[in-house]
Design a protein around this ligand. Structure first.
Ligand code: EPU
Length: 337
């Protein structure tokens, strides 16, 4: 079914809860409705919208927003080691993680409670606690309006990297992701590198798929704001990747500074949350916007009345403070529109 909404406030469709108007929103339930949708309901510019969890609207939206609502989980094939599944783009990401844990399938548990829809997961290659969506994605299925056809792109062609993919570059604004295929494991594959995850799992009774999910849900509920209560978009900034020479020079000055190796020995990832925290900004707010008091990487709509441009102005101040103190540029992770 196709549902159309015109001239509506989109505060309920973005997790930052900013009030802006969208000229038109079109939701669809089935992939075979897409050609009709484009023929009959989309005249000019359009863009795909998932749960609105990684986007900051700074103005009213003229392009038609297209929202996939197909939520089906299908097991395409399985054997004693693994299951290959196909999931509709409209499913809530955490419902997929819950389903995988209930079905004893390993791979997604560290990504518990990440807000957003399945179709958005490949775009920024969501990641947390030592896991990334790309570790389990095998194919991404999408509709290509320029050609009026569907394409299935294998993961190796999606250019996945830390919070990166082809969907943020050459395919940006050109495709609508309609489904994602994952390969999940039936063999235990715990990823427990993070100190507080390991400790929490032990506290819950030891390593099991359910305990890892419960541990991560509990850590996230403690550290991150509840979007139902406080508008936010998760990490507002990306962790910066700098040259290892710069990271070493900073580490000599700040011995407690967290540093993470990358696949390139010449590059080191730093923790933007730590850098912002060291600038004394954790819990700081101005007007309707603030830095979350438990995770400095997250900006929040403190009063519920923040506008997108107010958030941007605040974010620029945070970026300048980090640049001034450490000489490091931190980029936004959130898509600013
Ligand atoms: N830190 C501070 N102060 C802060 C925040 C962090 O000192 O206010 C320090 C921590 O003590 C730790 C280091 O910085 O030593 C890293 O912090 P954390 O483990 O909380 O993770 P992160 O790098 O800040 C990333 C993801 C999060 C994800 C966590 C856990 C990005 C942009 N963010 O944050 O993802 O939950 O790792 O794996 O990579 C999201 O994308 O919305 C998100 C929440």
């Amino acid at each position: 079914m196709i549902r159309i909404f015109e001239n509506i406030d989109i505060s309920a469709r973005n997790s930052f809860k900013v009030h802006q108007q969208a000229a038109k929103i079109v939701e669809f339930d089935h992939n075979d409705e897409l050609s009709q949708l484009f023929a009959e309901h989309i005249k000019g510019e359009w863009m795909a919208l998932g749960g609105g969890n990684n986007i900051l609207f700074t103005r009213d939206i003229e392009p038609t927003l297209i929202v996939p609502c197909n939520c089906h989980i299908e097991i395409l094939s399985q054997n004693e080691n693994s299951a290959h599944i196909r999931v509709g783009a409209g499913l809530e990401w955490d419902d997929l993680v819950a389903w995988s844990v209930e079905n004893d399938l390993w791979g997604l548990e560290n990504l518990s409670l990440i807000p957003g829809k399945v179709g958005a997961a490949p775009v920024q290659n969501i990641g947390a606690y030592g896991a990334e969506a790309k570790d389990c994605i095998v194919n991404v299925e999408m509709y290509f309006p320029e050609q009026g056809n569907f394409i299935t792109l294998a993961a190796e062609h999606c250019n996945f990297a830390y919070r990166e993919s082809v969907f943020k570059h050459t395919l940006k604004g050109r495709v609508i992701i309609t489904a994602v295929e994952f390969m999940l494991s039936k063999q235990a594959q715990p990823k427990l590198g993070y100190g507080d995850v390991t400790a929490k799992v032990e506290e819950l009774g030891g390593v099991s798929l359910k305990n890892i999910r419960d541990a991560i849900c509990s850590i996230r509920r403690y550290k991150l704001p509840d979007t139902a209560v406080t508008g936010n978009a998760g990490s507002f900034f990306k962790n910066p990747i700098v040259s290892t020479t710069i990271a070493e020079a900073l580490a000599a000055q700040y011995p407690d500074m967290p540093r993470y190796g990358t696949s390139d020995p010449h590059s080191t990832k730093l923790a933007a949350g730590w850098l912002i925290d060291q600038c004394g900004l954790k819990g700081y707010s101005e007007g309707n916007v603030g830095v979350h008091h438990r995770q400095a990487l997250v900006l929040i709509n403190t009063t519920g009345n923040a506008t997108g441009s107010e958030v941007i102005a605040f974010a620029r101040k945070v970026q300048s403070a980090v640049k001034e103190k450490f000489g490091i540029e931190i980029d936004t992770e959130v898509n600013i529109l």
